[in-house]
Design a protein around this ligand. Structure first.
Ligand code: ATP
Ligand code: MG
Length: 244
């Protein structure tokens, strides 16, 4: 089993509302295995911009209803675009939207993923709006789904694709940022966290990756160079971060 997240930073331009990177996604899909694969995609500018505007993570208030529902629609729109590309490349993907799978505060029920994988389908889930047991509404991030899927399936490889080469020792936009090739699970990486991201961005991602490293080989690769996915699967050395 291989678990891959198509980061929102790769599949969309995070600065522009609903800016889909179709060619980039097509290129990535050509390097994906056709089975024994679970996919997760992030929200990018289909999710984060409105999630922030409507302060979804701060819980329910009446004025947020339309915004919350709108993000749900936008995410399904993004999901549909990716599903279509997967199908065109002969990957039998089926969509599993978190908001109709579970209520946050409870663990996601992953039964559907097992059934789908056993029949040779490729489940595709994503960062989504979600109802919350206590605070009413929340965001279920793609990274959160990655964590639960890795715990459940113990994939051979877990790969996070982002728009940079891996995890850096500070914000990669800073001039002296250096790629961390091996991120040790128990060493606190000196990362500057400056990106605006309602799901906690890179700090949360690092926490998630460290836990997943208990169950799986975890890599962060640049989604603009998807041939690196193949290198990892074939056991070759490539540019990226491995979490050990
Ligand atoms: N120390 C760091 N190392 C690597 N990336 C970093 C670091 N600090 C900030 N970043 C930024 O984090 C981004 C990746 O995380 P981000 O949550 O924005 O994307 P994503 O997870 O692909 O998107 P989504 O949350 O929509 O799925 C990169 O675009 C990068 O610029
Ligand atoms: Mg993110």
């Amino acid at each position: 089993m291989i678990l891959i997240k198509l980061g929102g930073s790769v599949i969309s331009d995070k600065r522009k509302y609903k800016e889909f990177r179709e060619e980039g996604v097509r290129k990535i899909v050509k390097y994906l295995p056709k089975r024994d694969l679970i996919l997760v995609h992030g929200g990018g500018s289909y999710g984060h911009i409105l999630a922030q505007e409507y302060r979804i993570r701060e819980g329910f208030e009446e004025w947020k209803r339309i915004g919350f529902a709108r993000i749900g629609v936008d995410m399904q729109e993004l999901n549909l675009k990716i599903l279509n590309i997967l199908l065109e490349e002969d990957i039998p993907a089926i969509s599993v939207p978190p908001h109709s799978l579970f209520v946050m505060g409870n663990s996601p029920n992953l039964e559907i993923f097992h059934y789908a994988v056993n029949l040779g389908f490729v489940p595709l889930t994503f960062g989504d709006i979600i109802l919350h047991r206590e605070q009413g509404i929340d965001i279920c991030s793609g990274d959160y789904m990655m964590l639960h899927l890795a715990r459940e399936f113990r994939p051979q490889f877990t790969i996070f694709l982002t728009d940079v080469d891996g995890i850096y020792d500070r914000d990669p936009e800073e001039k002296d940022a250096k790629l961390i090739e091996v991120l040790e699970r128990d060493v606190e990486p000196e990362t500057a966290i400056k990106v605006k991201d309602v799901t906690g961005g890179i700090a949360y991602k690092i926490r998630v990756m460290r836990e997943i490293a208990n169950y799986s080989k975890v890599y962060v690769l640049n989604g603009f160079h998807p041939e690196r996915i193949r290198s990892i699967i074939e056991g070759e050395k490539t540019v990226g971060t491995v979490v050990k």
